[in-house]
Design a protein around this ligand. Structure first.
Ligand code: BG6
Length: 487
């Protein structure tokens, strides 16, 4: 090997949307923070199109200006753009890798490969990297891949087996960008650094847990992918399960990747679905219909006109071996919903004792996005009336204080920085990915056996009424800010 000893970061799928909207802006932000520098980093953009590096750099400039959090630092644009080189490679053609080999190996002996391509291409690329001898054991190597890791359990196993021929588990960084969201990481801090929550996070004190990701967006231009996936595979299999692991895990021994992953894996192992006989009371799948402001799912681009793909799921699930054993855990996610909102809501049990009768329940709400913060509902005496209880909120709005996005790193920036530092804590282990697929397929199986129908809901509403019935049977209701604030 000759040349300098830089970290060489190669992006396959370098002309795609993910690269322009997330990766280039995140890398620029890391450049501004001097996590990467001209002397220690080289960026190779790999694409099929006939671009020169200069043409590509101009497109990259536009994306950085549009999406980077430090986009005002225009004086650094040229220096950053100079560390990128465009390499025209058809990644399905082994012969093309000769060009890549030359570009990579003249730069350095630490190689990161980011596959911003469909999972079905992962192993084609890793195999070609091996056959072309771009990767071997003489240099440090890392592989970064994005969810979905396959489109079902069988394909996930196959892809994993194939990439493991080239990369070891410790070299594979599976990205679920939810795990890098500020308030999701914060779940662990809130839970384990406050005695008040630490001591109450158990089945004796908590009545129910809700995790809700509602999106106003529809499927946009991703119809081709989404129609083969649906809400269960697209959101539950990854983001919702990851959030569940943080909310339900028993305290890990440390924050090391091994201990955190172990705690997460244990949560997934012990998640329990309703049996098939009762499954229809605990699981709802829906699809949005047109209303005056929006077309329906079936009218969207690249959606089969008779598609049965769900754009909404809600379910009740339980944990059977953590300190939260047996309490109802409700999760839901949907597109074209009334609100864009990701929250975790923990409702505590009614207190016991003589004042309990009129006391509303304590609720802790962790707002993940778009507003970030936490609030906690507590009871006090209504001023003036000695026997009347009033529910008030202790509200910490993180996004109001750190109101401009300059203060908090965005998810991809954090993930790339952690990968560069060889820290796998926020990445998904293979065991978790496999467990998540197993659970998701079990849900699909039970849903088929129980013959769960597709329930329609109007676009920009709160989703199917049936999703409320899941909670009503236990005397609960979905958390919404309006209900919460009006008490
Ligand atoms: C992606 C899903 O993983 O996450 C999308 O494929 C979804 O369908 C997106 O819209 C939501 O991410 P965020 O960060 O906007 O909540």
């Amino acid at each position: 090997m000759n040349g300098s000893n830089k970290t060489v970061f190669s992006i396959f799928g370098g002309t795609g949307d993910l690269t322009h909207r997330k990766l280039l802006p995140a890398l620029f932000d890391l450049f501004v923070l001097e996590e990467i520098t001209v002397s220690n980093f080289q960026l190779l953009i790999i694409g099929r199109r006939e671009y020169t590096s200069d043409i590509y750099r101009e497109q990259a400039r536009v994306s950085i200006e549009k999406y980077a959090r430090f986009n005002k630092k225009k004086e650094l644009y040229d220096q950053f753009l100079a560390i990128m080189t465009y390499v025209q490679v058809d990644y399905t053609t082994l012969d093309d890798y000769v060009k890549l080999k030359e570009a990579i190996q003249t730069q350095g002996c630490r190689h990161l490969f980011y596959l911003a391509v469909a999972p079905s291409s992962f192993s084609t690329i890793t195999t070609n990297l091996k056959l072309s001898k771009i990767v071997d054991d003489s240099c440090e190597k890392q592989l970064l891949i994005e969810k979905p890791f396959g489109d079902d359990l069988a394909s996930a196993i196959q892809i994993n087996d194939e990439i493991k021929q080239v990369f070891d588990e410790e070299e594979i960084y599976r990205i679920d960008h939810y795990l890098a969201k500020e308030m999701i990481i914060n779940i662990l801090t809130i839970r384990f650094s406050n005695q008040v929550f630490k001591s109450l996070w158990n089945k004796e004190s908590i009545e129910n847990i809700q995790i809700s990701i509602t999106e106003q967006v529809g499927v946009g231009d991703r119809g081709g992918y989404y129609d083969t996936s649906g809400a269960l595979k697209d959101m539950f299999q990854s983001h919702l399960i990851q959030m569940l692991t943080y909310v339900l895990m028993d305290e890990p021994k440390s924050m090391s990747p091994q201990d955190i992953h172990h705690a997460q894996e244990k949560v997934i192992d012990y998640l329990e679905l309703a049996d098939t006989e009762h499954f229809s009371d605990s699981f709802v799948r829906g699809q949005y219909l047109a209303n005056k402001d929006s077309s329906g799912y079936l009218e969207e681009n690249r959606i089969h006109p008779e598609s049965e793909t769900e754009t909404f799921v809600a379910m009740e699930i339980r944990s059977n071996n953590t300190s939260l054993e047996g309490i109802p855990i409700y999760v839901r996610t949907g597109k074209r919903m009334e609100k864009q909102e990701t929250v975790v809501a923990i409702t505590f049990k009614h207190p016991e004792g003589f004042m309990a009768k009129n006391a509303p329940q304590n609720v802790l709400v962790i707002r993940v996005g778009p507003d970030e913060g936490i609030y906690f509902k507590v009871n006090i005496k209504r001023p003036g009336n000695y026997d009347e209880i009033q529910s008030v909120t202790m509200d910490f709005c993180q996004s109001c204080i750190y109101e401009n996005r300059l203060n908090t790193p965005q998810a991809y920036e954090r993930l790339l920085m952690m990968a560069l530092r060889n820290d796998r804590t926020l990445f998904t282990s293979w065991k978790m990915a496999r467990q998540s697929w197993e659970l998701t397929e079990e849900i699909q199986k039970r849903s088929q056996i129980a013959n769960i129908p597709l329930t329609n809901y109007l676009a920009y509403t709160q989703g199917p009424i049936k999703a409320w019935e899941i909670l009503q049977k236990n005397g609960h209701e979905w958390y919404t800010e309006d209900i919460f604030m009006n008490q």
